[in-house]
Design a protein around this ligand. Structure first.
Ligand SMILES: Cc1cc2nc3c(=O)[nH]c(=O)nc-3n(C[C@H](O)[C@H](O)[C@H](O)COP(=O)(O)OP(=O)(O)OC[C@H]3O[C@@H](n4cnc5c(N)ncnc54)[C@H](O)[C@@H]3O)c2cc1C
Length: 382
């Protein structure tokens, strides 16, 4: 078994890149939108067979066992090669959570089913009245013998239509502090009483769904951790997520596409354009330097503080400004949603623009990240 962490970084990068060139379907490079299972299921299974589906999981659970540094390299290589995301909530969210908080039975039951593609998971946290203020969630689970009876409504559930399992936060106690009455519950989506209804995003792509629970019976054995202790577990998921979401890669990829578009439109002769372009380019350089600082801390085995929130704000807002400029460059071509030729690639300026809008909302909206910085870093009063 290869010890990937012992490899030199450059060798590891080359190994990943060579394998992607050989195995990643070229028609799926740089997908304009989140791929559905019928598009990327074969690729998911290719990764599974190679043993690279769960890079961050420990080897004993079927993962690659990568340390933080190698994991970031893998993500960079996959992103820069244009590898699209599979329905990956099993690998990135519920798998690590079960490894940390699940029982032996839960790990033995669920982890192999993630790795063999039998279970595709989605995340059921948000509700119509509970997004940023997640602890206000109202989907209720009431005990009835060895089961709960679940009633309620989740929303913005990414790719729920492709999933057969949902991990949820449900209310099991209405008394006391609202964070204390929440339970983390795993629910098969084929349970009687569940309805999944797709929602189109701004690009008219059915990326999300609403999930309705109407007297759904769920075994008590499906609770992760203890009843009423789901909030602690839900917060743990955020762990290292913010550093990944802050990687400058997304903004630099958008910058490459802006460059291709601008070159094909002869925009580098226009000093006003060059000025706007240069400001964005320097912005990414600064972001990359800040990002490297956080990565160094992780590499040394250190812990990252609340200040990491600045990366998410910086990365996503820079990406949005880049796509704003793409619209100006594309001009009348913005009426066409298909990608238009730009040098040896093709770029859809409106597609890029629309794709960059939700980045400031998910993973904790940018306003919430600013609140975190204000309170936890700058110690400003609430
Ligand atoms: C692409 C995408 C994928 C998603 N996938 C999932 C998923 O798979 N599962 C899931 O459960 N959820 C998912 N979500 C939902 C996401 O978690 C919520 O949209 C997010 O938490 C914001 O909640 P909300 O939409 O209810 O907005 P609200 O919380 O109602 O916020 C509305 C606006 O008010 C601002 N605001 C709210 N509170 C404050 C405050 N205290 N201070 C300052 N400003 C504030 C917000 O920043 C925002 O601008 C997804 C969202 C997106 C965009």
């Amino acid at each position: 078994m290869t010890d990937y962490n012992a490899m030199a970084d450059d060798d590891f990068r080359k190994m990943l890149n060579d394998w992607l060139v050989e195995n990643y379907p070229s028609e799926l490079r740089f997908p304009a939108e989140r791929m559905h299972w019928d598009q990327c299921g074969d690729w998911y299974m290719t990764l599974a067979k190679k043993g690279w589906l769960a890079p961050g999981w420990p080897v004993e659970h079927g993962g690659m066992g990568l340390d933080a540094n190698k994991l970031l390299i893998l993500m960079e290589e996959f992103e820069s090669y244009g590898v699209g995301r599979t329905p990956d909530q099993g690998m990135t969210m519920i798998g690590p959570l079960l490894i940390q908080y699940g029982t032996d039975e839960q790990r033995a039951h669920y982890l192999p089913k993630i790795l063999n593609g039998e279970n595709i998971w989605c995340q059921g946290y948000s509700e119509p009245g509970a997004g940023s203020d997640l602890a206000s969630l109202r989907t209720a689970a009431v005990r009835d013998g060895d089961d709960y009876i679940v009633n309620g409504h989740k929303i913005w559930t990414t790719l729920a239509m492709d999933a057969n399992m949902i991990f949820t936060l449900v209310r099991t106690n209405k008394e006391g502090k609202k964070q204390q009455g929440i339970t983390f519950l795993l629910i098969p989506l084929d349970s009687p009483g569940i309805t999944v209804r797709g929602i189109d995003n701004l690009g008219m792509h059915d990326e999300f769904a609403e999930v309705f629970f109407d007297d759904v019976r769920v075994p008590v054995a499906n609770v992760v951790g203890k009843e009423n202790d789901g909030w602690t577990i839900a917060k743990a998921l955020l762990g290292h997520e913010r550093i990944f979401i802050g990687s400058p890669k997304m903004a630099s990829l958008a910058m490459n596409r802006l460059k291709a578009l601008a070159e094909s439109a002869n925009m580098f002769n226009d000093p006003l354009f060059v000025e706007r372009y240069t400001v964005l380019k320097l912005e990414i350089e600064d972001l990359a330097a800040a990002y490297r600082r956080f990565v160094e801390v992780l590499k040394r085995g250190g812990k990252i503080g609340a200040e990491v929130s600045m990366l998410k704000i910086w990365n996503t807002e820079t990406q949005q400004r880049i796509t704003d400029l793409m619209l100006d460059v594309a001009g009348e071509n913005c009426g066409v949603s298909d990608a238009i030729p730009a040098g040896d690639t093709a770029v859809s300026a409106p597609g890029e623009f629309i794709g960059a809008r939700p980045t400031t909302i998910y993973g904790g909206s940018n306003q919430i990240q600013r609140n975190i910085l204000a309170k936890a870093v700058l110690k400003l009063p609430s």
